[in-house]
Design a protein around this ligand. Structure first.
Ligand SMILES: Cc1cc2nc3c(=O)[nH]c(=O)nc-3n(C[C@H](O)[C@H](O)[C@H](O)COP(=O)(O)OP(=O)(O)OC[C@H]3O[C@@H](n4cnc5c(N)ncnc54)[C@H](O)[C@@H]3O)c2cc1C
Length: 339
């Protein structure tokens, strides 16, 4: 069994490890399983959430053997170069066999710095790995990754001794490991150069939309609404459907551009990526930029007056008709069934 771990940079939020970081750890475990089963280590930079035990527990459940925690007051505010320096120290110290992070803006930014410092290459937004090849050709692997805002996939050959990969969000679900890891916390003080701190966040102002966008990306049911809603007053029945299904409202860019609904509700390339169990797309044509955000839905039901709209032809279920007639009828039936 190799001691060279697969190392995953994990990002934290108030109550633990972020969902996409837990996905990345799960992905790393899959990668390790197809190599010679090296341990999976995590690295976290800056302050951990108040409930450190919860962080440990989450990582242990995911099979992580050790959490390297970079502690230094100068890392409290985000600085890509400094955070990368902290990750590189773990990668070098542990002689990592691969380095991963969630494909968030920060994850991608840090890994790009890391790849340059380690004189290697990075593949961003990976969703899969062909591991048969790695066993035959030392150091080379073929990855599948999302491009064009997630609307296309490409295969990429990465022929480097140390692969640096970011994992596209919601490419897989976080899965508990068959065997819990120890998740021992190994605190360290990385050596930081003053140059690493030349670009550092000094102030963050929440837009007020963050909670809404989180509710949308985490929803198990999303009711989508497009131009077919007809105007800012055309959402009452759709919002009732959201309530009845216990979901969230997601809209197309036309809807936000026209000011009918706020931007944090937008789904798509320039909005949120959603992966609900059910997406009910009402009056949405299904442009590629919208599809980029909703293609992760497990089941899609579309309601549209145009049977040939791309959203309809790509859906699992399609209802041809006026959403202003169909949605109230569905609501009435749901109300009846729910008592
Ligand atoms: C760089 C870039 C980024 C973009 N990012 C995004 C993004 O993140 N998200 C996004 O959504 N778009 C995005 N777009 C815009 C995208 O190209 C489309 O213009 C947009 O998605 C269309 O919105 P829509 O489906 O609501 O409107 P339309 O394309 O106008 O479609 C309206 C649909 O409603 C149907 N309809 C009309 N009336 C009714 C009715 N009464 N009942 C039922 N159906 C009805 C019509 O048949 C039609 O299919 C982006 C574009 C660019 C260039």
């Amino acid at each position: 069994m190799s001691a060279q771990p697969v190392v995953v940079l994990v990002e934290c939020e108030a109550d633990g490890i972020t969902l996409v970081s837990r996905e990345a750890v799960t992905f790393a475990r899959g990668l390790a399983g197809r190599l010679d089963d090296p341990p999976v280590h995590a690295v976290a930079v800056g302050p951990l959430p108040a409930d450190e035990e919860r962080v440990r527990d989450q990582l242990a459940e995911l099979g992580v053997a050790a959490l390297h925690h970079a502690r230094d007051d100068r890392l409290s505010a985000y600085a890509a170069a400094a955070w990368a320096a902290a990750v590189v120290e773990v990668a070098r110290g542990q002689d990592a066999t691969a380095l991963l992070a969630a494909g968030t803006p920060r994850g991608n930014e840090i890994l790009a710095h890391v790849a340059i410092r380690l004189d290697t290459l990075m593949a961003a937004n990976v969703v899969g790995i062909d591991e048969t090849e790695r066993q035959e050709v030392s150091g080379a692997l073929t990855v599948t990754r999302q491009v064009l805002g997630g609307s296309a996939l490409e295969e990429m050959r990465v022929d480097v001794p140390l692969a640096v990969l970011s994992v596209a969000g919601h490419a897989l679900d976080p899965e508990p490991a068959p065997q819990r890891g120890a998740a021992d916390v190994l605190a360290y003080a990385p050596s930081l150069d003053s140059d690493d701190l030349r670009a550092q966040v000094v102030r963050t102002e929440a837009s007020g939309d963050a909670d809404g966008a989180d509710a949308l990306t985490g929803a198990r049911v999303v009711v989508g609404a497009g131009r077919g809603a007809g105007g800012p007053d055309g959402f009452a029945d759709l919002l009732e459907l959201v309530d009845l299904l216990g979901g969230a409202l997601g809209v197309s860019r036309v809807v936000t551009s026209l000011g009918w609904r706020p931007h944090h509700e937008q789904v798509g390339q320039t909005g949120s990526r959603i992966s609900p169990d059910l997406y009910v797309a009402c009056g949405i044509s299904g442009a590629i930029q919208h599809w980029a955000g909703c293609q992760g839905a497990k089941t899609i039901l579309s309601i549209n007056t145009d049977a040939d709209a791309p959203m309809m032809t790509r859906s699992n279920y399609a209802v041809v008709g006026d959403l202003h007639e169909i949605v109230p009828a569905v609501n009435a039936e749901l109300r009846r069934r729910l008592g």
